[in-house]
Design a protein around this ligand. Structure first.
Ligand code: SF4
Length: 481
């Protein structure tokens, strides 16, 4: 038997978004200048390294088993290395990317390689995956992966590894970067302090995947990790938790202890941070430059229709102002097309962005993710636009594809009003002025805004192409920007 056994963990790029601005419906649409511009921009995006490393694969590659050597192949940057011998290939599968993952798995198995599939899609839909893999890992994998590696060594791999409970994150499991090619990324300093979410937003799969109770890592372990990571990469830190202020006492202690390390960091939070004065001050002092907040909707009817209840609309604007006044830039994510939205919603979103001076607005279309409550409801109401049995058709895009019919707005009017909204929000003038006015991380805010100006123009074109170019933009917004 050959030792060490070589294991390769594979990460697949998404079809669009920060992995590269790409038309889904017509990459070569006869306009060669536009196609050339798109492909040039894709390589610029990669070179400016918006990409961050796949944390789930970093966590798995950090698990040490004697006689096993693990590597990561990030297919955003490289082709699959067929020229080397692999004893096991692990692929992380997202539902929106499942077709690509299955195609690759099938190819690898035809070439004689042993394939293990894991990730969110395998956790929620294992039945769909079995025919493309030798081994499935179902659920959060860190406790299962060690067993997979031990069994690989002894030649006793099983077809399914499954755990009935979530891993205990308070157990110390130091994350290592040794399997990464550090220079490819915007930063390699990616940290997760916990998982799970106590809320129930029906379009979100975080609570479906990771459970309703917050499981946190030991604060000392996280601080040690930040200090260790900082020694070999002085770039920005990303805290990838869905809500870094979900447990305010934990967050206050963590960032108090991180402050002396002198890092700069981005993260994701809820807008309630704007009412948590002490915590906000601690965040600012500890080097927080920018946060992503999920505003989702400013329509009370939409918020209750989709169970987004954890913060009140009346408090949103004040909270955003407080956070920005503390020197922290905000990426505010909206969803247009929720069940309480009407053709008046785009004007309300536009006003809200102007009033609060959000630094990067993200204007998304509702994406029904298979496995969420909203997917099941839209399917039962006959509002999905693709076959609900073929869940791999529900791919991830950046506002480039309609997957469902909005409740109160006819499809043609929805697409023209969405297009008009993104055109206004991301005019080059608005993008530039938001970048210049950002209270923190100015360069990143400016780059994101300019990148989005392009990405939303792709979105408008693709939405037209999806329906054969039949929709004209009829104004539902006031003419002044
Ligand atoms: S959208 Fe945010 S708050 Fe709502 S369930 Fe998902 S992670 Fe929790």
């Amino acid at each position: 038997m050959r030792f060490p056994k070589k294991v390769l963990l594979v990460f697949l790029p998404s079809e669009s978004g920060v992995d590269g601005a790409k038309s889904l419906y017509a990459e070569n649409d006869g306009n060669s200048l536009f196609s050339w511009f798109n492909s040039s921009l894709r390589s610029i995006i990669k070179q400016t390294q918006f990409a961050i490393p796949p944390l789930s694969l970093m966590i798995l590659s950090s698990i040490e088993v004697e006689g096993i050597e693990q590597s990561i192949c990030d297919m955003r940057f490289e082709e699959f290395p067929f020229d080397r011998p692999w004893d096991l290939v692990g692929i992380s599968v997202q539902t929106g990317m499942a077709r690509k993952a299955f195609e690759l798995a099938d190819r690898l198995r035809v070439a004689g390689l042993t394939v293990v599939l894991g990730g969110p899609h395998v956790t929620l839909f294992p039945g769909d995956c079995g025919k493309h893999a030798d081994v499935l890992v179902q659920g959060e994998a860190e406790e299962l992966w060690e067993k997979v590696l031990e069994d690989l060594k002894s030649g006793t791999l099983r077809p399914l590894y499954h755990s009935a409970s979530f891993p205990d994150l308070s157990v110390s499991r130091p994350v290592s970067k040794r399997a990464l090619a550090a220079n490819r990324y915007f930063t390699t300093n990616v940290i997760q302090t916990g998982r799970g979410c106590p809320h129930n937003c029906d379009f979100c799969n975080v609570h479906v995947m990771n459970g309703h109770s917050l499981r946190k890592r030991n604060i000392g372990d996280v601080v040690d990790e930040v200090a260790r990571f900082r020694r070999d990469d002085r770039r920005i830190f990303f805290f990838v938790d869905d809500s870094i202020n979900a447990d305010p006492e934990y967050a206050a202690e963590l960032f108090r202890r991180i402050t002396p390390l002198g890092i700069r960091w981005f993260g994701q939070a809820t807008t309630t941070l704007g009412q948590q004065d002490e915590l906000l001050e601690t965040f600012a002092r500890s080097g927080c430059c920018a946060l992503l907040v999920g505003i989702e909707s400013i329509e009370p009817k939409s918020r209750s229709a989709h169970r987004k209840n954890q913060n009140r609309v009346s408090e949103l604007a004040g909270s955003i102002r407080n956070i920005r006044s503390a020197g922290i830039s905000l990426y505010g994510s909206f969803i247009y097309g929720l069940d309480g939205d009407t053709l008046e919603t785009p004007a309300a979103i536009l006003d809200f962005i102007g009033e609060t001076k959000l630094d990067v607005p993200g204007i998304n279309i509702l994406r029904p993710i298979p496995g969420t409550k909203v997917f099941d409801r839209l399917r039962d109401e006959g509002r999905l636009l693709f076959d609900p049995i073929d869940i791999t058709a529900y791919r991830y895009t950046f506002g480039q594809e309609m997957l469902y019919r909005p409740k109160n707005i006819p499809l043609d009017k929805f697409i023209s009003s969405y297009s008009e909204l993104t055109r206004k929000v991301f005019s080059v003038r608005n993008s530039l002025s938001r970048g210049l006015a950002a209270p923190g991380a100015k360069a990143a805010v400016l780059l994101f805004n300019l990148f989005y100006s392009h990405l939303y123009s792709l979105s408008r074109k693709d939405l037209q192409r999806q329906f054969g170019g039949t929709f004209t933009e009829k104004s539902v917004l006031p003419s002044a920007e």
